[in-house]
Design a protein around this ligand. Structure first.
Ligand code: COA
Length: 263
């Protein structure tokens, strides 16, 4: 398989077109160190560039944490400019996930706090185990979320509830995250990867360029200065030029399963 596996802080496996990225610092509850960000950045670049990868699952190592936040031990004595660079780096990596042309699912297997909640929210879909816990506890540290949390939480759960979670630093359980729309599904821990895989395989069986354009249009809704409906018209038009559109429409008429090439 043609993908880089030599990461220090994450594990990657590629099977059936699904790249599983496991943040692998269980002794530190998978906290997002600079090294984790470097590895995530590398893996996400691979996702963009490697045609063998059709979709991605991100999860955490061990049974306790998805990711318990940014690595607080790297925060000591940050200046204003250093803080801005740290937040900007995190946002760049998470924006690359959100804007990827392939689906990302967060398989949230435990604590998803701070940067962990932000990582999960950058993914297109969140599947949570019954043991998952979500929260943005930054105000406990005299901070605010810096990797997109103030924006994406509002997008997912609405302003009122997001403000409450951001200001109280409350941690919520999986069933509450489901009720709020923060989690798409909640399953027993043992079924987390199977459920995430099932959803991804369903998505990756569809026309890849159409999936990429759905992601673009969904993100366009939240992009300043972009008129979503006009953007959708353009993307619809682009779909009409694809071989996958011809194949999909022919397969329907011929009552057979479409074989999409991603062209
Ligand atoms: N950054 C760095 N290290 C972290 C971490 C983080 N965000 N979260 C956990 N760890 C480390 C702990 O320091 C501890 O390391 P140690 O064994 O070397 O002392 C180890 O992970 C286990 O964590 P611990 O706190 O002992 O586990 P717990 O079960 O008692 O508590 C949490 C779990 C998640 C409630 C607690 O670890 C916590 O509050 N973490 C910070 C969450 C946070 O504020 N995130 C936002 C950061 S901006």
């Amino acid at each position: 398989m043609n993908y880089k596996m030599a990461y220090e802080n994450i594990l990657t496996t590629l099977q059936n077109g699904i790249l599983t990225i496991t943040v692998n610092r269980p002794a530190k509850l998978n906290a997002l160190s600079k090294g984790v960000f470097d590895d995530l950045d590398g893996a996400v670049k691979e996702v963009y560039g490697n045609s063998e990868i059709k979709g991605v699952i991100i999860t955490g190592s061990g049974d306790k944490a998805f990711v318990a936040g940014a690595d607080i031990s790297e925060f000591g004595g940050l200046t204003k400019e250093e803080g801005k660079r740290l937040a900007s780096r995190g946002q760049d990596v998470f924006n690359a996930i959100e804007n990827a042309p392939k689906p990302f699912i967060a398989a949230v297997n435990g604590f998803a706090l701070g940067g962990g909640c932000e990582l999960a929210m950058a993914c297109h879909i969140r599947v949570a185990s019954e043991t998952a816990r979500f929260g943005q506890p930054e105000v406990n540290l005299g901070l605010i979320p810096g990797y997109g949390g103030t924006q994406r939480l509002i997008q997912l759960v609405g302003k009122g509830k997001a403000m409450e979670l951001l200001m109280t630093a409350d941690m919520i359980k999986a069933d509450e995250a489901l009720r709020l729309g923060l989690a798409n599904h909640v399953v027993p821990a043992a079924e987390l990867i199977a459920k995430s895989t099932e959803i991804l395989l369903k998505i990756t069986s569809k026309a890849p360029l159409a999936i990429a354009k759905v992601i673009e249009c969904g993100n366009a809704y939240f992009t300043d200065g972009v008129k979503g409906l006009e953007f959708e018209i353009d993307k619809f038009g682009e779909c009409c030029e694809t071989e996958d559109f011809k194949e999909g429409a022919s397969a329907f008429v011929e009552k057979r399963k479409a074989e999409f090439s991603g062209k």
